[in-house]
Write a protein that binds this ligand. Sequence first.
Ligand code: HEC
Length: 329
Amino acid sequence: MNARLVGLFLVAIVIGAVAVLALTYWERSSRSKQQLGKPDHGAESIAATPIDASRLHNVFRMNESMFSGSSPDSEEGFRELQKIGITTIISVDGATPDSAIAAKYALRYIHIPVGYDGIPNETAYQLARAVQTSPGPVYIHCHHGKHLGPAAAAAIQLCLDPKYTPEQAETWLKLAGTDPKYRGLINLPRTLVRPSAEELNRIPADFPKAATVPDLTRHMVGIDERWDHLKLVKAAGWKTPPSHPDVDPAHEALQLKENYREATRLTASSKKGEAFLAMMIEAEASASELENHLRTKPIPADAAAKAFARNQALCSSCHERFRDWASGS
Ligand code: HEC
C-alpha cells in the first residue's frame, strides 16, 4: 500500500518536472522568435544583421532598405557594402567621404553631418528626404557606427514611417549601443517632430557628396584619426602596430599635438571661451609630453601611459562640457 503511494507520488513529481521544463522551453522559444521578428515590422524586425562583414563594425539592419554601421575605412569596406547590396551611402560624421573609391564600387555617397548634441528637425528631414529619393538599400554610417549613425537611422525611420513608434526607436538605439550619455541622441525619439509629406516633398533632392564641415569639426576628425593610431601603438607596447606598418608612434603624437595647436587658433575655439582654450592647451601639452616619451630610447612605458591617460581624460571632459550637451535635454 505504502509502496504504491510512494510510486504515485514519484510519478506526480516526474509529470510536474516535465511540465515545468516544457513551459520554460515554450516561453524561451517564443521570446526568441519575438526578437527575430518579421522583416517589415518596425522594432520587431530589428536584428543584428547576419552579414559576414569583417571590415565593417556594428552593422545593424533597420529594415529591408536601411542599414547602419561603421565607416567603410578601406577599399575592402566598400567591397563589403557592395556585397551586401547597398547602393547609397550616407555619412553623418565630419570626415570627408571617399566618394571616388565608393564610385568604383557603384556606390553613391551623400554627406549630411550631424553632431553629438542631437539632430535638429531640419537635418532629420534632410536625411529622410535623402533616403526617400535615393535608390536603396541605404547604408548610414558615422565613424564607429554606434552613436551618430544609429540616431540618424532612427530619425529617418520616424520621419518616413508613421507606424514606427518612439518606443521602437528607443529599442533600436539600445540595440545599436548608443551611449545614454549623449542625451540629445537618446532623447531624439521623443523630441523629433515628424514632418508632413508636403514638408518632405519641398526639400530639394540634391545632396552633397562631401559637405563643407566647420573647421573645428575637421580638426577633431584629424585628432580622432591620430588618436585611433595611438591606441593601437599603446596596445602594441608603444611600438608600430603590426596591423599598421606605416604608423610611426612619435610622429602620430607630433601630429596630434599640431592638430590641437591649430584647433586652439580657430575662431570657433576662442568663441567657446577661456575654459575651452585652457583645456585645448593642456591637451596639446599632454600630446607633446607623449611625443617626447615616444622619442626616448628605451621608451619609458609608464610615463607614456600617464601622458596618454591625461590626454584621454581631456577628450572626455572637454566633450562632456562643450560637445555632448544639448539644450532642452
Ligand atoms: C578642448 C576640447 C576638446 C578636446 C580636448 C577634444 N575634443 Fe573632440 N571635440 C570637441 C568639440 C567642441 C567637438 C564638436 C565640434 C563640432 O562642433 O563639430 C568635438 C568633436 C569631436 C569628434 C566628432 C567629429 C565629427 O565627425 O563630428 C570626435 C570624433 C572627437 N571630437 C574626438 C576627440 C578625441 C579622440 C579627443 C582626444 C584625443 C578629443 N576629441 C579631444 C572638443 C574637444
